[in-house]
Design a protein around this ligand. Structure first.
Ligand code: PEP
Ligand code: MN
Length: 355
């Protein structure tokens, strides 16, 4: 069950509901959104049967949720959410372009690749400093120095950035600089990491695990929401199938399915799914056509020298096509490409909110 508080409910109203729930032996998890507070009830539903929750001051609705996920479910919150990353929205009305190098390799490479991303209209930059590699012999990322490079380049370009965090021990360091934290596909069910990242209070990009069902993916998002952080964006990045001609199979159906089950934004990653440069633009077209709220794209200035994922990176000559493709497919679906909202500039970036 979920208790939805009215927009104007006070902290005392929320505390009274929480107290009543714990008095009957239940657990209450409070998620404070920008406009509304939601209280998730965990326990045997018969415990709550006698509680007149509707009658408590500040309570708008009491909803019985049939899904195992509650806080991120459309049953709780039918209106799609917008997650703000710095001054850029990711939500159902717009299509957001996130782009940058797969990995941060050097200052020069990061400047060049992020410069290309901005040229294509990216409003959020990406780049991995901590890389989760299948092989222990592969480039593992520059770690904290890489984070500093990306932070410096993103600030010079006046753009927020997302970067991956692979272990709970690194969450504080990464959250101190990044505007959005990425949980990679291989860590989607690293529950301790999900909790730590949730508690960092920054927006989170949650990639779908290679073999995760949509329900498992949404349950992972629920772990983050459970910490009180509803600023979660889901990313479909291709799943493992029997088909070897692509790196992974972009599950386009997952976009509308996830959007029907959760109010969270859903974006697609055409780079890690296709795994080949020539597939990136077609997969962007497919992703936006099925309603993705954004796309995250690998870009490199010299992919032949890239330390990670060169074959799938778009290059300088692709930037105009990237811009045009995103814009044309967004408008075909009646949406606009997300732009920066300067009014969000007051205060430090990263103090984002869920609408
Ligand atoms: C990435 O985005 O750099 C990445 C490693 O992606 P994934 O976790 O989807 O493989
Ligand atoms: Mn990559």
């Amino acid at each position: 069950m979920v208790v939805v508080m009215r927009g104007g409910a006070s902290g005392t109203d929320v505390d009274k509901v929480v107290k009543a729930i714990s008095e009957v032996g239940g657990d209450a998890f409070v998620s404070r959104g920008k406009h509304q507070t939601i209280i998730g009830l965990v326990g045997d539903p018969t415990q709550f049967a006698e509680l007149p929750l509707h009658a408590f001051p500040g309570v708008e609705d009491v909803i019985s949720v049939s899904k195992p996920y509650k806080l991120v479910s459309t049953e709780t919150h039918p209106r799609p959410s917008t997650v703000w990353v710095g001054d850029t929205p990711i939500g159902r009305d717009t299509v957001t372009l996130l782009a940058g190098p797969c990995a941060v390799e050097s200052v020069e490479q990061t400047e060049a690749a992020c410069g290309l991303a901005v040229e294509a209209g990216a409003t959020i930059l990406r780049g991995g400093a901590y890389k989760p590699r299948t092989s222990p012999y592969a480039f593992q990322g520059l770690g904290e120095p890489g984070l500093d490079i990306l932070h410096g380049v993103a600030r010079d370009l006046d753009r927020p950035f997302v970067t991956e965090v692979v272990t709970p021990a690194d969450v504080d360091v990464v959250a101190a600089k990044a505007d959005m934290l990425q949980i990679g596909a291989r860590n989607m069910q690293n529950f301790q990491l999900l909790k730590e990242v949730g508690m960092a209070g920054k927006p989170v990009l949650l990639k779908r695990g290679l073999t995760a069902t949509i329900d498992e993916w949404i349950m992972a998002a629920e772990y983050i929401a459970h910490t009180g952080n509803l600023q979660v964006v889901l990313c479909e990045r291709g799943i493992r199938t029997y088909e070897p001609s692509t790196r992974n199979t972009l599950d386009v159906s997952a976009v509308p399915v996830a959007q029907s089950l959760t109010h969270l934004p859903v974006i697609v990653d055409p780079s890690h799914s296709g795994g080949k440069r020539e597939l990136v633009l077609p997969l962007i077209r497919a992703g936006i056509a099925v309603g993705a709220d954004g796309v995250i794209v690998d870009v490199h200035n010299r992919p032949e020298t890239a330390l990670c994922d060169g074959p799938q990176a778009l290059v300088k000559d692709d930037m105009l096509h990237l811009r045009e493709t995103v814009s044309r497919y967004a408008s075909a679906g009646g949406r606009e490409v997300a732009t920066v909202d300067r009014t969000r500039r007051s205060g430090a970036w990263g103090r984002s909110a869920t609408a």
